[in-house]
Design a protein around this ligand. Structure first.
Ligand code: B4P
Length: 193
């Protein structure tokens, strides 16, 4: 199995690049944001709880997203690898993911970390909010709260994987294709190593 984490602040291009990467590398795409939004669309109890937090720019509890990933791994026994998008977002989620993968004799091969300035993030998300219908993209204060959550809780994920030498920093500003080429080069190098 080849497993990668696409890492970065909200609006850094994780979802955008995941679409292209899964097509090229045949990895199973697991986005906790997409999984949560489908719970919200289905009006499940979990979705209604998650929506309150997401609308304020806060993370949903670790045990909720870890449970979703546990099920997704169990439901995809044939996958040749996973592309984790927006997960893990805390150190506890990182440790849980490593423990889950170990049950399949697998591990994270690389963490690709997209670097984008805060002003560019806010601009992109407000712009997406014009058409996405996502309530967490429509207000600047909520977007800034999401970026704060990233600094307070999520940047620790890069520190966690850095201790194992698994993090590769990638410039996240430029055209979508330019960034895709940088990500692909980093993956090809890891796969050849
Ligand atoms: P996510 O769904 O993960 O959303 P995101 O971080 O906002 O999106 P992403 O980073 O993928 O967006 P992209 O850059 O592709 O999370 C939403 C919420 O769910 C979180 O705030 C949290 O509440 C909750 N959640 C999710 N996972 C969780 C977890 N593990 N634990 C706890 N809570 C969790 O796109 C942004 C925009 O930029 C798009 O409009 C795109 O077109 C544009 N763009 C992309 N690349 C560009 C480029 N190169 N140039 C210009 N624009 C670009």
């Amino acid at each position: 199995m080849f497993n990668l984490i696409l890492f970065g602040p909200p609006g850094s291009g994780k979802g955008t690049q995941s679409e292209k990467l899964m097509a090229r590398y045949g990895l199973k795409h697991l986005s906790t944001g997409d999984l949560l939004r489908s719970e919200i669309a289905g009006k499940t109890a979990l979705g209604l709880e998650a929506k309150k937090l997401m609308d304020q720019g806060q993370l949903v509890p670790d045990e909720v997203v870890i449970g979703m990933i546990r099920s997704a791994l169990a439901n995809n026994p044939q996958a040749k690898g996973f592309l984790f998008d927006g997960f893990p977002r805390t150190r506890a989620q990182s440790e849980a993911l490593d423990a889950l993968l170990a049950q399949y004799n697998a591990s994270i091969n690389v963490v690709l970390a997209l670097k984008v300035s805060e002003e560019e993030l806010v601009k992109r998300l407000l712009n997406r909010g014009l058409t996405s219908g996502r309530s967490d993209d429509s207000k600047e204060d909520v977007i800034r709260a999401r970026i704060n959550e990233y600094h307070n809780k999520t940047s620790a994920v890069a520190d966690y994987y850095n201790q194992f030498g698994k993090v590769v920093m990638v410039k996240g500003e430029g055209t979508v294709d330019e960034i895709f080429n940088l990500l692909s080069t980093a993956i090809d190098k890891k796969q050849a190593a």
